[in-house]
Design a protein around this ligand. Structure first.
Ligand code: SF4
Ligand code: SF4
Length: 448
């Protein structure tokens, strides 16, 4: 693409935020032991979606690390230019997979964002929206339920369809861009299931706890139910602990680490009350952060051991199902499926084969690989909302890859990717179904 279409910047433009301190200070700084491992080899560049699209060194992993070093050494202000390049990063961690030097880039960019959150004053509207999302919506189940009910009314009453057809959105290009990304709210929500225990079907082999997340309980309630059914069908008693809450992944990605720590403590307390063999999630983005609670709470004397116990039990549902082996009888699902790696599963958790193995175990299902399956689809938490234009370019490329396979179904293992890919099918697809791997396993359950 033409790099000029996306508002970016170069180092030479400078742009310090008036009144902000230069350099990093306070908690959660990018650490020298992490960024000094970068040997500037450039092997990560072509794996980086933003560099591939923009062709700008400062929007590559190497360029962003360079800027962090410059800020740390007080040669570059923690200002508008730095913030823009760090904002444009998807935090997809494809660079970690590519790096021969073991740079843990996710830690670096998340710490850089924590510094930005502490020291950089964003425009008023942005600050307000972030406050609403991160403080009043995601961590508050009741607020989420109210917001979901309003959105559900908008969608189910025909208002949404009427606005779509009226052409009104053409006068509001930003809203028109975001509209295909809005999740369809599912009713009933999954929230009432929190606190319940679901028995294993047949002999109980394992007892597991399910982390249900936040938005997924209203936008992916049927996926949540399918996850519980598949686990039950494979001999698991499933407990959904009361007191659990949003995992804090979006907070971590946005630099709100104190808020993320508060959520982590609540989740750890809720889940460690239950004697279970594993703690599971069906959301790769959440799983990546849930597995990093130990790192998040490493300086917390009271919680770090509890966090380590929690992390030792934490697994993505696909890796757990492969570990225990499927025992559910399977009937044929005659579909041609292509699998999109979720970045936070493939790059963040290094889980690549389990979802593919599960799909391949379904009779009648043909798995076809798309080119660059582990390149980000543009979803990346709330990136598709905050950086919609670049996210949509990435989605366009992803859909070209999907369409080249001839698959009738796109499988993935993360609700955020499902939303983005559904928008991709609407905009550029051929009517493909987009489903979580677990939903296809649920469809394949036989004999019940
Ligand atoms: S996390 Fe993704 S977008 Fe960010 S620098 Fe690494 S590869 Fe590029
Ligand atoms: S691959 Fe690793 S060491 Fe090489 S430039 Fe990228 S981050 Fe640095």
């Amino acid at each position: 693409m033409d790099g000029e279409q996306i508002e970016t910047a170069t180092l030479a433009e400078g742009g310090a935020n008036p009144g902000s301190a230069s350099g990093f200070s306070g908690p959660d700084q990018p650490e020298w032991e992490d960024y000094s491992r970068c040997i500037r080899c450039g092997l990560c560049l072509n794996q980086c979606p933003t560099y591939r699209e923009l062709g700008v060194e400062m929007d590559s992993p190497r360029g962003r690390i360079y800027q962090m070093v410059q800020v740390a050494e007080v040669r570059l202000a923690l200002g508008e230019t730095f913030v823009r390049h760090i904002d444009l990063c998807l935090d997809c961690r494809a660079c970690e997979t590519a790096c021969p030097s073991g740079v843990e880039y996710g830690k670096l960019v998340e710490a850089a964002r924590a510094q930005i959150h502490q020291h950089y004053r964003r425009p008023l509207v942005e600050r307000l929206l972030r406050r609403v999302a991160f403080q009043y919506l995601l961590p508050k189940p009741m607020s989420l339920r109210v917001a979901a009910a309003l959105l559900r009314f908008f969608q189910a009453s025909g208002l949404q369809e009427m606005i779509r057809r009226s052409g009104l959105l053409e006068s509001f290009p930003r809203l028109a861009q975001l509209e295909p990304l809005a999740p369809a709210i599912e009713s009933p929500s999954f929230f009432p299931q929190i606190g319940k225990v679901f028995p294993a079907r047949g002999e109980r082999r394992f007892r597991v706890a399910f982390h249900a997340g936040c938005i997924a309980n209203v936008a992916f309630a049927r996926l949540q139910e399918a996850t519980v059914r598949v686990l039950q069908a494979n001999g698991c008693e499933v407990v959904i602990p009361a007191g659990q809450i949003c995992c804090g992944a979006l907070h971590v990605h946005a630099g709100l680490r104190e808020e993320a720590r508060a959520l982590a403590r609540k989740n750890i307390a809720a889940f460690l009350r239950e004697p279970v063999d594993a703690i599971l999630t069906n959301a790769a983005g959440c799983g990546s952060t849930l597995k990093e609670y130990g790192y998040l709470l490493r300086d917390d004397q009271e919680w770090r051991e509890k966090a380590a116990t929690f992390v030792a039990r934490m697994k993505d549902v696909t890796e757990f199902l492969v570990e225990i082996g499927l025992t559910q009888p399977l009937r044929p699902v005659p579909r041609t499926v292509t699998y999109q790696d979720s970045c936070h599963l493939a790059h963040g958790q290094k889980v690549r084969q389990p979802p593919r193995m599960l799909l391949e175990s379904v009779p009648g299902l043909r798995l076809v690989e798309m080119p660059l399956a582990d390149l980000c689809c543009g979803s990346a938490g709330i990136y598709n909302v905050t950086e919609t234009r670049l996210a949509m370019q990435l989605l366009r490329n992803k859909m070209d890859a999907v369409n080249s396979t001839g698959a009738d179904t796109i499988a993935t293992a993360n609700p955020g990717c499902i939303l983005q890919l559904r928008a991709g099918v609407k905009l550029h697809g051929h009517g493909q179904r987009v489903a979580h791997v677990v939903e296809l396993l649920d469809e394949a359950r036989a004999g019940e």
